[in-house]
Design a protein around this ligand. Structure first.
Ligand code: PLP
Length: 383
């Protein structure tokens, strides 16, 4: 049998999750529709309460997307004009664009090449060079928390706020503290490809301080606490009741799904260990992702690195195996962010990662035989 005869292994297959829980969710959605409670209905409050409880954050405020959740965190913490926010160039665009949307100035710092997360040393240096810094925005990339042991002291010593971009990390933790309760605020995305996902766009911000959370609740609905009396200019970024109903059901399964992702990641590691592929990038092999023992990784993505990334990706595509590059262009090299004044060469680890990373298929329902095919195809490429 040739590779072409085998069923493809997609990067993500949401139909398997739908087969398991789709009917249960559809009933919950029908409930919302028949009751006509489309905007800020009961399920929104219930979902917020459920997230606050599982993360141990004081407040959880639902909103329209992960991008808005980042903006809402900044707006409620009063980080805007005149303030700089230090973050990573190796992330999704919204990490930086939300800072600009809030009226603040993004300052970039390079990543640690092992975890792909913000380097605390680079952050400290950026803070020294930018006295207007008010906050640090680490991203828990690929489902693993940024090194909070190293970042929290930098924030404390410089009197800075910490805002987590936890869009990829629902359920992850660091030293037993959940993403969402590590910083002063945290933003989650429930975009359909995320590990906890809605049936459309949705997001949520958690807060350490309850009063700040209350302000965010007003800001997501036009700065309105009392109907048609506006305390200040906010925005419309409400969470749909339909999406909250979807997310409430999925909350029952997310711990199991994250466990299943961990099993898939461990299986990849075992399968790769049986090949002779694993080595340093310098040896021409591949480098596997690692989970820091201080945290719990939720494996939103399983990202390997190799200098032959583009050729490997073409090879996998030819064998019906999905893969993705998160992210091919670091943010300081994006056309839209030229005005930040950065140039190529300033963040070498981020630039190198952008050339070398490749995300392999990972989802709770991924089967062992499919993983064997992925690893065999990679083995064949390097043989
Ligand atoms: C997905 C994502 C966002 C944006 O979330 P949306 O819901 O798509 O707006 C922000 N930051 C990171 C790191 C993400 O992965």
């Amino acid at each position: 049998m040739s590779a072409a005869d085998l069923a493809p292994v997609p990067t993500l297959d949401l139909s398997r999750q739908y087969a398991a829980v789709g009917e249960q969710i559809a009933r919950a959605v029908a409930d919302v529709c028949s009751a006509g409670r489309f905007i800020l209905g009961r399920e929104v409050g219930e979902f917020e309460t459920a997230v606050a409880r599982t993360t141990a954050a004081s407040e959880a405020v639902g909103c329209a997307s992960g991008t808005d959740a980042l903006w809402l965190a900044l707006a409620a913490l009063r980080i805007g004009e005149g303030a700089a926010v230090v973050t990573t160039p190796f992330s999704f665009f919204a990490t930086v664009s939300s800072i600009l949307r809030a009226g603040a100035r993004p300052v970039l710092a390079d990543i640690d090449p092992v975890s792909f997360n913000l380097s605390a040393d680079a952050v400290a240096e950026a803070v020294r060079a930018n006295p207007d810094t008010r906050a640090i925005m680490p991203v828990h990339l690929y489902g693993q928390c940024a090194d909070w042991d190293a970042l929290a002291p930098v924030a404390a010593q410089n009197n800075l706020l910490l805002i987590e971009d936890a869009a990829q990390a629902f359920g992850a933790s660091w030293n037993g503290v959940q993403a969402g309760a590590l910083g002063d605020a945290a933003a989650f995305s429930f975009y359909p490809t995320k590990n906890l996902s809605a049936w459309g766009d949705a997001g949520l911000t958690t807060f350490r301080d309850a009063a700040t959370g209350e302000l965010a609740r007003a800001l997501r609905a036009h700065g309105m606490r009392r109907r048609y009396y506006h305390d200040e200019v906010g925005w419309n970024s409400r969470l749909d009741t339909v999406q909250a109903a979807v997310l409430l059901i999925k909350m029952q399964y997310i711990a199991q799904w994250n466990d299943d992702r961990r099993r898939v990641a461990e299986r990849y590691a075992a399968l790769f260990a049986d090949t002779s592929l694993v080595g340093s990038v310098a040896d021409g092999g591949i480098v596997l992702p690692t989970a820091d023992p201080r945290g719990v990784h939720v494996w939103h993505q399983y990202v390997i690195r190799t200098p032959r990334r583009d050729d490997l990706r073409a090879h996998l595509t030819a064998h019906g195996i999905g893969s993705e590059v998160y992210y091919p262009v670091p943010l300081h090299m994006q056309d839209a962010l030229r005005d930040l004044g950065y140039r190529e060469g300033q963040f070498p680890e981020s630039e190198k990662a952008a050339r070398e990373v490749l995300a392999l298929p990972i989802y709770p329902e991924l089967r062992e035989d499919e993983q064997v095919r992925v690893v065999e195809a990679i083995h064949k490429f390097f043989a």
